[in-house]
Design a protein around this ligand. Structure first.
Ligand SMILES: Nc1ncnc2c1ncn2[C@@H]1O[C@H](COP(=O)(O)OP(=O)(O)O)[C@@H](O)[C@H]1O
Ligand SMILES: N[C@@H](CCC(=O)OP(=O)(O)O)C(=O)O
Length: 369
């Protein structure tokens, strides 16, 4: 069976730093590299940013737009151009491609997530290279990825990729931002997340002129991917042939080793398919029952319900200080939970007027953080 490689390329690598015009030689070289990987029997998914950057170049805008609606409009202009360029280059190389635009919601609802999985699998078995981007034009603010690093990690987890490559405008992760810290040191290998924490890497808030998120979002993506056993590599986008060399064992860029005991895809989804902002605040008894005694969460242990969610959504569980202790799949919607929180399980039927389940989150659907 073919292994799957995910390659994410950022705006900073697809555009000229000063003008924002497209970096055609990088795009061509990237396409040649991905075709080579296909010949070497890999499945390949490209996660490409650039819609906003290309849209700005099309409309001769010299600054990245700030307001959401403006950015969404610009992205719809740029996405067409981006795909036209990819289609021209890949078609010349006789490699069919597909456009797949995703939103955060596609990963939150398990049924949609499975649809995305099935479509990607069909495309890969047809020998197509899917080109994935966030569907910027429809994504609402509170449900946005905002950056494609996170999107690429979730796609990699979904298809159980072998390696995730994050291509950017620096050749590796450094101890601090090399654009501002002259003696910043490159980091070739991160063996575990504990090691990463100990290194105390400085990322600041800085990204390149056209990029979003900077190194922080790439580290988060690496955390997500390595948790499910996917090796992650940060390397420079202007030299895509390095991907082939890295797969042949050369030590180029920063390698994040996969976790030796990866989480199952379902547990991973409970953690990362979460609806942002939906929280249950628990009393001390419930916190102890869950964290120390491995129990399910009952309605009587919930003090407060925050956010709007449906039954089967993934929510955060917090102690009374607001610290997250676990995540899990709820058996009730937020509307129902607001009526039954703090109540004894025996009273649920009379309060709701229909029979509900005894547990709010069953222990099998609960992951401690
Ligand atoms: N510790 C660090 N090591 C390397 N680069 C860093 C670090 N901290 C911040 N950066 C910045 O991150 C930028 C890359 O992020 P970004 O602009 O979002 O790229 P992309 O468009 O590829 O996603 C680099 O240009 C660099 O200045
Ligand atoms: N969906 C956006 C991606 C924004 C983004 O993540 O940019 P980058 O940090 O350059 O990868 C776009 O296509 O412009």
């Amino acid at each position: 069976m073919r292994s799957t490689i995910i390659v994410k390329i950022g705006t900073s690598s697809l555009t000229q730093p000063e003008t924002g015009e497209l970096a055609l030689s990088t795009i061509t070289s990237l396409a040649e590299t991905l075709c080579q990987l296909r010949r070497e029997s890999y499945n390949v998914i490209l996660v490409s940013s650039g819609a906003v950057g290309f849209g700005c170049a099309c409309l001769q805008l010299t600054e990245r737009p700030k307001s959401i609606s403006f950015k969404q409009a610009i992205a719809s202009v740029g996405q067409v151009r981006l795909m036209r360029v990819y289609d021209d280059v890949f078609t010349t190389l006789q490699q069919p491609i597909a456009q797949v635009l995703l939103t955060r919601s596609d990963f939150i609802q398990r049924s949609r997530c499975l649809n995305v999985y099935n479509t990607l699998q069909e495309l890969l078995s047809l020998g197509v290279v899917p080109v994935v981007n966030e569907n910027d034009t429809v994504a609402v603010d509170e449900l946005k990825f905002g950056d494609n690093d996170m999107l690429s990690a979730l796609v990699a987890s979904l298809v159980k990729a072998e390696t995730l490559f994050l291509l950017t405008d620096v050749d590796s992760l450094y101890s601090a931002d090399p654009r501002y810290v002259a003696n910043a040191k490159p980091i070739p290998l991160i063996s575990s997340m504990e090691e990463l924490n100990a290194l105390q890497i400085e990322t600041g808030n800085s990204s390149s002129k056209w990029g979003t998120g900077g190194m922080m979002t790439k580290i988060t993506a690496a955390r997500i991917a390595t948790t499910v056993g996917i090796r992650t590599v940060i390397t420079e986008g202007c030299n895509p042939w390095n991907i082939v060399k890295i797969l042949q064992g050369e030590a180029i860029g920063t390698h994040f080793a996969p976790h030796p005991e990866p989480k199952s895809a379902r547990n991973h989804w409970i953690i990362y398919g979460l609806v942002p902002g939906c929280k249950l605040y628990l009393d001390c008894g419930a916190v102890t029952a869950i964290t120390k005694n491995g129990k399910s969460l009952l309605a009587e242990g919930i003090n407060t319900v925050e956010g709007v969610f449906d039954a089967n959504d993934s929510v955060q569980l917090c102690n009374k200080y607001g610290t997250e202790i676990a995540r899990g799949l709820v058996n009730y919607s937020s509307q129902e939970l607001k009526k039954i929180c703090g109540c004894c399980s025996d009273d649920i039927t009379s309060i709701l007027g229909y029979e509900g389940t005894e547990t709010v989150i069953h222990r099998d659907n609960l992951i401690l953080i």
